[in-house]
Design a protein around this ligand. Structure first.
Ligand SMILES: Cc1ncc(COP(=O)(O)O)c(C=O)c1O
Length: 422
């Protein structure tokens, strides 16, 4: 018998998996580390779930979450064919990677053999025409045209760049740290490009000048509003970027219900754009794992083809449907979270924290006096859990989920104590 470790694919052996926020079961803990909603699901949702817990659990759920898709379609004024539901939006992000990105060719192939060429990542790409439709071929494989000046294009180099783009999952840093993990699992290439100052979205001309952004990338993830900064992006700037991309763009709107603007219209207007939504954060349903994509039926069909037949559990479908029947309750919660966000932001700023404006249910804040890592430990010692990322762009910051007024008041009190303030 071989060493079992050697039976694992090298790509999996080498993988650094996604690290979820802690879920410790410590009595009295104030949990502000995973952006969960501090308010429970609506009483109507809880009643619907309870009423469904009976002998029917032995049956498979609806394989296409049809009723839920129909209700979502009404809400978003599209057809059910424009929607696919997933086991959380995380599942859909993974499926998008598998549906739209070619795994990179194995070592030794002509693709890798060409890697010594060290060409700039994105030579200038001709702007697509406004309102262009997606090329009839697969996303990300639009034919390369001549260079910006119409000069000579080395066909081998073009072929090489095109194949690299087909295997590219692209995203900004910082954003959701799952994206590079999905690329790695799939054997695809990650193209991580820094956001502009203060987590702003770089403009298309800036991205062209930077030469690192790939306008042909098979798949681009944009977290909007951004995580972990909380910064919101205007639909107009997202639209310009989506129109410049030749591959699929997923606008990951996990936190959008706490924002002033959303970009759902782009998914209905542009054939290469998918908007990802989740019931986890704004609708207090992390536990039941429901997310969905909205987009062009051709893209939706591709994701639908490769998902598990019963990817969405039955209780989750029932809960999500009941949620859509009680949106007024949730809108009340959004308002409460936004009001608490504003109060906490002011309190932390008064204590010397540098707090970024947030369009989400969390704040990114640079604490004073001690390092962010030390703050993490000091708050934990006071039974308050927040999130700290060791990544270079955000290692000086804490990410603090917005809790109830009581929870955030406890955080502000603990911060005062740590700073030795009366
Ligand atoms: C930006 C972003 N996208 C997607 C998700 C995943 O949400 P879900 O619970 O729907 O899988 C998260 C969860 O933390 C997130 O932060």
């Amino acid at each position: 018998m071989k060493n079992p470790h050697s039976l694992v694919r090298p790509i999996v052996r080498a993988l650094h998996p996604y690290v979820p926020g802690e879920q410790p079961k410590i009595k009295g803990l104030i949990k502000l580390n995973t952006n969960e909603n501090p308010y429970p699901p609506s009483p109507k949702v809880l009643a619907a779930i309870k009423a469904a817990v009976d002998g029917r659990l032995r049956l498979y759920p609806n394989p296409t979450a049809l009723k839920l898709r129909e209700k979502l379609a009404k809400l978003h004024r599209c057809r059910p064919e424009s929607i696919v539901v997933g086991n959380g939006s995380d599942e859909l992000l993974a499926l998008a990677t598998r549906a739209f990105v070619e795994p990179a060719a194995p070592t030794g192939s002509h693709l890798n053999a060409g890697s010594h060429r060290r060409r700039p990542m994105s030579r200038p790409t001709p702007s697509p025409l406004p309102g262009r439709e997606l090329a009839s071929s697969a996303p990300g494989v639009a034919p390369l045209r001549g260079g910006a000046g119409g000069g000579f294009v080395d066909p081998i180099e073009s072929q090489f760049e095109l194949e690299r783009s087909r295997s590219t999952v692209q995203f900004f840093t910082s954003s959701y740290s799952l994206y590079p993990v999905l690329a790695a699992i799939h054997g695809a290439r990650s193209n991580a490009v820094p956001l502009a100052k203060r987590f702003a979205l770089p403009s298309v001309p800036e991205l062209r000048r930077g030469k690192r952004w790939d306008f042909q990338a098979a798949l681009t993830f944009i977290t909007t509003p951004n995580a972990p900064s909380g910064r919101g992006y205007a639909t107009a700037e997202l639209e310009t970027l989506c129109r410049a991309q030749r591959g699929v763009v997923v606008l990951d709107e996990a936190y959008v219900d706490f924002a002033d603007e959303n970009a759902l219209a782009l998914a209905l207007r542009l054939p290469n754009v998918l908007v990802a939504r989740t019931f986890s954060k704004a609708y207090s349903l992390c536990y039941l794992r429901i997310g969905y994509f909205v987009g062009h039926p051709d893209l939706i069909e591709a994701v639908d083809k490769i998902r598990d037949s019963y990817n969405v559990n039955g209780l989750g479908q029932i809960a999500a449907l009941a949620t859509l029947g009680d949106l007024a309750y949730y809108r009340g919660n959004f308002r409460k979270v936004i009001a608490t966000r504003s109060r906490l932001s002011n309190e932390l700023a008064a204590l010397g924290f540098e707090v970024f404006p947030s369009q989400t249910n969390f704040l990114l804040a640079r604490p004073p006096l001690f390092t962010a890592e030390q703050w993490l430990a000091k708050l934990r010692a006071r039974k308050i859990l927040v999130r700290w990322f060791r990544l270079p762009e955000v290692k000086d910051y804490l990410r603090i989920s917005i809790g109830t007024n009581v929870e955030t008041a406890a955080l502000a009190k603990a911060a005062k104590e740590i700073l030795g303030r009366p």
